[in-house]
Design a protein around this ligand. Structure first.
Ligand SMILES: [Ca+2]
Length: 286
């Protein structure tokens, strides 16, 4: 099946790792596009004209280091769904439509779902050809633990409307909750340094960017949530996947069950953290 990586690349360092992993793992031979998602840059120290400009620069840097074809990169919507001009020609949206019009496509989605929702809105017939793995939401356990009353986390909160459109139109969805599931993917500083330092150009690049993060300077660790999604594709055996008890997203960002819907949403509530981390580190330092 053709694969698209749909990423808000420069929002967080885990996207950098996920992109590099896609390009050095078996995913690469099926990878048809890297589509770039917007994000809200409110906490970033911004030296760029726009989120999308930074996304384009960094994606080209990573592909360049790995000697990959830069034609894989498709600029995405600069606005979230509600504000986006639905008639505008957006490279990422057009590419999703092109690929999903002619064959089955797997979208590995590690940001908000704006581009995917815009593509489905422009051409609803493509939804039947799309399978999507998405990192988003937080688990019921998280809500109980932290006395929260919704499933909202970053990827969902940014564009709830886009996530609703995807959940209402795509039948084959597998999701991994960010909080309490992918949030276990944390690599101790000494291990990440030991594995990546001086190994090859991409490892040095990833490590330099990782070590430059304020959070890493202070706590020694940044969670690599997003790598769960491409590794779910290469090593599904590391993940416990079950039929989800939810299949719809409310306007408030809650996952609920709608008995009228026929979609088969699956979710992962448990992953083998150690195996996921080993797979990532081994593949990128080859
Ligand atoms: Ca991301």
């Amino acid at each position: 099946m053709k694969v698209i990586l749909d990423t808000d690349l420069t929002n967080e360092i885990d996207d950098y790792f996920a992109l590099a992993y896609c390009l050095v793992s078996e995913i690469e031979k099926n990878l048809e596009a890297i589509t770039l998602e917007p994000y809200d840059p409110f906490w970033h120290d911004y030296n760029f004209n726009s989120v999308m400009e930074k996304n384009l620069i960094v994606s080209k840097e990573i592909l360049n280091i790995l000697n990959k074809n830069q034609n894989l990169i498709y600029e995405g919507s600069s606005e979230f769904f509600e504000k986006a001009d639905k008639n505008k020609d957006i490279a990422a949206v057009n590419k999703i439509i092109e690929l999903a019009s002619s064959s089955k496509v797997l979208i590995l989605a590690i940001g908000c779902l704006t581009n995917v929702a815009l593509a489905i809105t422009k051409n609803p017939s493509i939804a039947k050809n799309i399978t999507i793995y998405w990192l988003g939401g937080r688990s019921d356990n998280y809500q109980i633990k932290y006395s929260q009353n919704n499933h909202i986390e970053f990827n969902l909160r940014q564009d709830i409307k886009a996530a609703q459109i995807v959940f209402d139109n795509v039948e084959n969805i597998t999701m991994i909750y960010s909080k309490e599931v992918a949030s276990n993917i944390r690599i101790p500083l000494e291990i990440i340094k030991g594995k990546l330092k001086g190994t090859n150009r991409i490892c040095d690049y990833l490590l330099d960017n990782y070590l430059a993060l304020d959070l890493v300077k202070v706590t020694g660790c940044k969670t690599l949530y997003d790598i769960a999604i491409p590794i779910l594709y290469t090593h599904p055996e590391y993940f416990k996947i079950e039929l989800a008890k939810v299949n719809k997203i409310t306007d408030e960002g809650n996952y609920v069950f709608d008995s009228k819907k026929t979609s088969k949403v699956k979710y992962c509530l448990q992953l083998d953290n150690e195996k996921v981390i080993n797979e990532l580190l081994e593949m990128i330092n080859k």
